[in-house]
Design a protein around this ligand. Structure first.
Ligand code: ADP
Ligand code: MG
Length: 612
């Protein structure tokens, strides 16, 4: 038998390695923008065509590259940012792995132009399949321009994996925002197919946030700012009333690097505690700076996750800082308290970090006061802040297991098996608390949750309609226009065909604006704008759930949004229709999201309970 192991040819090895770094156009955007930031630029332009599939170009006025460096830059593991393993623990730049340009050159056709201030002429390099195919001097101004054309031209399988242009563009917008947000003293612009999407003048952090997230936050930001020797936190949180039903506008940056951290998010949510409704999400843009030695940013190739040397301290610090900020903004003077002194006196904060003092810090009672409720700045129930709650809708959700169930059949009978005994008679029904419909069956009665039931009905109706003929639209008498943030506009464009099929009639009107020509019959005229905003919020809420397709998310969103809410009084006719429609559904017993639509109470069990 011959030996069978072979080394992969370079270009294939490169392409495989590139797959980790460049998964889609947005990954290349992120890497190129970060390189421009690392190069000290204060003017960075992003240009994409066809959602980056045809062209991604980043032009910066940073320090540029020498001829040799420009060629070296495209080698794997070529970086100017670290030299030895110790440097890994001092990283202040966005990049350090030396993989990005090599990966980009493996999966796209690259053109680089670069010049340093001290050089007379610049250099032009063209690369294809990781090979330099052209190199010549060029007259350019100081800085670097890197263009990547025809992403995955040489890996058709990957190219086929790319999503629609609208979807890919949305990823690009996300990455652009994440970089632009953390560098307000850099000018950024973003042009897509010749149209300017963002133009972000240099300014303050607050201005940058408002430029990106929209004017609605302008007067509604609370500054967060705490400094200690161990770490600093600064940034803004939205006032409680700006909380949304989606976690869209939440950004955490550690040493200017965007990160996702459920743990730190929890710390913020905890700080907002009673000020916002349980199912809503506050806006925040928070920057944590700490000694890179306290971090491991090496855990994930796309570097969105990091490990803190001591997570608990960071958690307590974030939570306290937000509480402090909110207390200062709040109306109640009794909530004011001095935070710095107490945090400062934490051993973990004031002394150099060793394992010993780490464990003693964590067990100290002072540390515990930061992590437990009822600490000095815990907003207690008797305080004035309690009334915040009154501004928000009460939670209607009662856990199913609290219901006095008769035989444990929490969700009633199973799907598709509604027999005559089980089918309710709509002769005998009434509404309770404007939320429940009690309706008699041959063997007992059902308690139907009107909103959950309607959600189920709409969901099945939409699911049928989306495959079939478009749903009825009511024309708007006075077509309103709605202006969205760029990210939302890109999202809406992506959903437009399906949304319009399901009863809306929305038309793009340039510049993130849409005209509302019509809405589904159930949406009240005059409320069109709110309906659309809420729909987008709701959709984004589901977006975190990757297991659903775009359509599934939309079906769930619209059925949730257009369902009759608990608290609305229904006429007898409306109740009858609702009950009939529900029991004609193919899965009447729960909503698409798994909440029960009705509970069954059997007469014989009731009799038993009454000793009969
Ligand atoms: P890394 O950023 O991890 O060092 P990259 O592959 O992204 O790796 O870049 C390789 C090197 O090329 C960088 O270390 C830097 O020296 C140089 N470089 C890349 N982009 C630029 C740019 N826009 N301006 C100046 N130098 C750059
Ligand atoms: Mg880089």
């Amino acid at each position: 038998m011959p030996d069978i192991i072979q080394l992969l040819p370079d270009n294939i090895a490169n392409q495989i390695a590139a797959g980790e770094v460049i998964q889609r156009p947005a990954s290349a955007v992120k890497e190129l923008l970060e390189n421009a930031v690392d190069a000290g630029a204060d003017d960075i332009k992003l240009i994409v065509n066809d959602a980056g599939k045809a062209l991604i170009q980043v032009i910066d006025n940073g320090r540029g590259m020498s001829e040799t460096d420009a060629r070296m830059a495209f080698e794997r593991h070529a970086t100017s940012k670290i030299r030895n393993i110790e440097d890994l623990f001092k990283i202040r730049t966005m990049g350090f792995r030396g993989e990005a340009l090599a990966s980009i050159a493996a999966v796209g056709q690259v053109e680089l132009k670069s010049k340093r201030a001290e050089d007379e002429t610049g250099i032009f390099i063209e690369i294809e399949n990781s090979q330099v195919i052209k190199q010549e001097p060029v007259a350019v101004s100081t800085g670097t321009s890197i263009a990547m054309k025809n992403l995955f031209f040489n890996v058709p399988a990957r190219r086929n994996f790319l999503k629609s242009n609208a979807a890919e563009l949305r990823h690009i917008v996300d990455e652009f925002i994440r970089v632009a947000m953390s560098f307000p003293d850099i000018f950024f612009s973003f042009t897509s197919n010749g149209q300017q999407v963002f133009h972000l003048e240099k300014g303050s952090m607050k201005q940058r946030i408002v430029q990106i997230l929209g004017n609605s936050y302008a007067a509604k930001l609370v500054a967060v700012q705490e400094q200690t020797d161990y770490m600093n936190i600064y940034g803004f949180v939205g006032k409680p009333e700006t909380a949304k039903k989606t976690r869209g506008d939440q950004y955490f940056f550690v040493n200017n690097r965007f990160i996702k951290s459920a743990y730190l998010n929890h710390a913020v949510m905890n700080a907002f505690n009673e000020m916002i409704a349980k199912d809503s999400f506050p806006m925040y843009t928070l920057f944590i700076d700490l000694d890179p030695a306290q971090l491991d940013i090496n855990v994930h190739p796309t570097k969105q996750e990091i490990k803190f040397e001591d997570e608990k301290i960071v958690y307590a610090f974030v939570q306290s800082a937000i509480k402090h900020a909110l207390a200062q903004f709040s109306i109640s003077p009794t909530l004011d308290f001095e935070l710095d002194a107490s945090i400062q006196s934490l051993d973990a904060v004031s002394k150099p970090f060793t394992d010993d003092n780490k464990s003693s810090a964590i067990s100290s009672s002072l540390y515990n006061t930061f992590t437990k409720k009822n600490q000095s700045h815990f907003v207690d129930n008797k305080s004035e802040l309690r009334h915040w709650k009154d501004f928000y809708e009460p939670r209607e959700h009662v856990p199913v297991d609290r219901w006095p169930l008769v035989d444990g059949e929490a969700t009633g009978i199973r799907e598709n098996h509604i027999n005559n005994q089980q089918r309710p008679t709509t002769e005998n029904l009434f509404q309770l608390h404007n939320s429940y419909i009690a309706v008699q069956t041959e063997r007992g009665y059902y308690l139907v949750h009107q909103q959950n039931a309607h959600e189920r009905i709409l969901y099945e109706r939409f699911a049928l309609a989306i495959e079939g003929k478009p749903m009825a639209t009511q024309q708007s008498l006075f077509p309103a226009t709605i202006e969205l943030t760029t990210a939302d506009a890109v999202l809406l464009k992506d959903l437009l065909p399906d949304i319009n099929h399901l009863g809306y009639q929305l038309e793009p009107f340039g510049n993130n604006t849409f005209v509302i020509q019509g809405t589904p019959a159930d949406v009240n005229q005059g409320n069109e704008k709110t309906a659309i905003e809420k729909m987008l919020e709701q959709y984004k809420h589901f977006s975190n759930d990757l297991k659903f397709s775009k359509r599934e998310k939309l079906l769930r969103t619209l059925s949730l949004q257009q369902s009759v809410k608990a608290g609305i009084s229904l006429t007898e006719k409306e109740m009858k229709n609702l009950i009939n429609d529900l029991f004609n559904c193919s899965m009447p017993s729960s909503t698409a999201n798994g909440k029960p639509t009705y509970l069954e109470f059997k007469k014989e069990e009731l009799d038993k309970l009454f000793g009969r």
